[in-house]
Design a protein around this ligand. Structure first.
Ligand code: FCX
Length: 435
């Protein structure tokens, strides 16, 4: 949308001036010491990446441009008769740092509807894949196959000035976000249903409404869940493997499609996109052996038995957060309101009241409270999305909001190609001995 792009142009300009002054003053300031353990430990807590869109606060959870998640739920525009924020609004917020008004959100909905058509070759390619090919491999391939239409790649080949790169990345980002719901739905319907994505895009509806109906469920409650889901998973600062992969690949000025396709490879790993399913497997295990109504005493016993066999309780604990994830609070209240009688929801509530005390008693975890995955899979199951292999695809649709916002800023700020220095154990030992 024209206005959004203009607003962005002035924001990027203003920000670049601020950064330039900051770097002149503090370019040589030491931020943090690097230890040997950080190098061997997956760079945990090393502050070495720049992400403007969001940041995790250990006490408050994810903050989108400084707004806590609860504030976003309250402040972001809703659909008529809806209670959940429209993800178009969080995209606007991540891009500009401002809470949009309804007209600004509406403009993005229209723009995404207008750009939503998926090229025929992508549809055909998806049809030729065997049903055994994992949905994330299909998603990654489908996104890569859009790269032929990259406006950024064309502009780069035409040698546009570096200062205007972001404008073309913006165009690709808008195109990609517009097409992702249909691509996800094609994968879903091909793999698990009749192979047909029902219905055409309705340009009077919001992004999530169209997405929900493509998936095959038009119910107002499911549409609301999809709005909440996309808002919840839109961004999670920069160090997670999805965002980091995307940023790294795009830093070589590879086009947004190829960068996001690579990010989907990262999301496909069980350590990144597998947690939704882990919670469901755990609930299945409990209910298949003990039924749905497990009394508290028995539940405590089963949880201890589980922990003693050195397994984790999925849906609890967090690497950074030190409190209940506010995003889980939002999922849980959605569940309590819309599916209070769902037997899994009841079991989740029993766990919610029991697990933290047990984890505290066990004394190992830094955070005994629920994380974002505690209820996510239960909600999707309730509305008929039963196929756990598909869940990371849904995260992939949502996370494009954050990754694309940041990519536009990366190019707007003219960030260079990433090139950290690596070191061998031998050289590292030598370096340490010389100290
Ligand atoms: N149940 C049992 N033990 C747990 C636990 C849980 N839910 N969470 C952490 N612990 C254990 C760890 O395994 C570790 O034990 P160890 O010292 O014997 O290795 C100890 O507590 C300290 O871990 P901690 O520092 O609190 O947590 P980490 O940063 O190492 O790990 C995750 C964070 C999320 C991986 C961990 O809490 C976990 O495995 N949770 C269950 C799986 C899960 O829900 N994953 C979803 C992640 C989430 F959605 C997200 O990251 O957003």
């Amino acid at each position: 949308s024209h206005n959004l792009k203009q607003l962005l142009a002035s924001k990027i300009d203003e920000h670049n001036k601020k950064v330039s002054t900051f770097r002149k003053l503090h370019g040589g300031t030491v931020v943090q010491n690097l230890t040997v353990d950080m190098i061997y430990g997956g760079m945990r807590s090393l502050k070495a990446l720049l992400t403007e869109t969001s940041e995790i606060d250990p006490e408050k959870g994810i903050q989108f441009r400084g707004y806590a998640f609860e504030e976003c739920l309250k402040l972001l525009p809703k659909a008529t008769n809806g209670e959940q924020p429209l993800p178009e609004g969080v995209f606007f917020l991540l891009l500009t740092g401002e809470i949009p008004n309804e007209a600004q959100v509406e403009e993005i909905s229209r723009e995404w509807a207008r750009r939503s058509e998926v090229p025929e070759h992508v549809e055909k390619t998806l049809k030729t894949f065997p049903k055994t090919l994992h949905p994330m491999a299909q998603m990654s391939a489908a996104i890569a196959s859009l790269a032929g239409d990259s406006k950024f790649a064309k502009a780069f080949a035409n040698k546009v000035p570096k200062s205007s790169y972001w404008e073309y990345v913006y165009e690709d980002a808008m195109d990609l976000l517009a097409k992702l719901p249909k691509i996800a739905a094609m994968i879903y319907r091909n793999l698990y249903k009749d192979g047909v994505v029902h219905g055409e895009i309705d340009s009077s509806k919001d992004w999530s409404s169209n997405y929900a109906s493509f998936l095959g469920n038009n119910s107002p409650q499911f549409i609301e869940l999809i709005r909440l889901y996309n808002t919840i998973y839109c961004d999670h600062e920069g160090g997670n493997v999805i965002a980091h992969t995307c940023q790294l690949v795009a830093s070589s000025l590879s086009n947004p499609y190829l960068a996001y396709s690579a990010a989907m490879g990262a999301l496909a790993g069980p350590l990144a996109g597998g947690a939704h399913a882990e919670v469901l497997f755990f609930l299945n295990k409990l209910t298949s052996e003990h039924g749905y109504d497990i009394d508290e005493e028995n539940l405590r016993f089963l949880l201890w038995e589980h922990l003693i066999s050195s397994q984790v309780i999925p849906g609890y604990g967090h690497a950074v957060l030190r409190t209940t994830d506010p995003r889980d609070t939002a999922f849980r209240s959605f569940g309590l309101k819309h599916l209070p009688n769902n037997p899994y929801m009841k079991l989740c509530s029993a766990l919610y009241n029991t697990v933290p005390d047990i984890l505290i008693e066990q004394g190992k975890v830094k955070n005994p409270y629920t994380n974002v995955e505690a209820h996510s899979g239960v909600l999707l199951q309730h509305f008929g999305i039963q196929e756990v292999d598909f869940y990371p695809v849904m995260i992939g649709v949502a996370r494009a909001i954050g990754c694309m916002s940041q990519m536009i800023w990366d190019r707007g700020m003219g960030l260079p190609i990433e090139r950290p220095k690596s070191i061998s154990t031998e050289s590292l030992m030598k370096l340490v001995n010389e100290k």
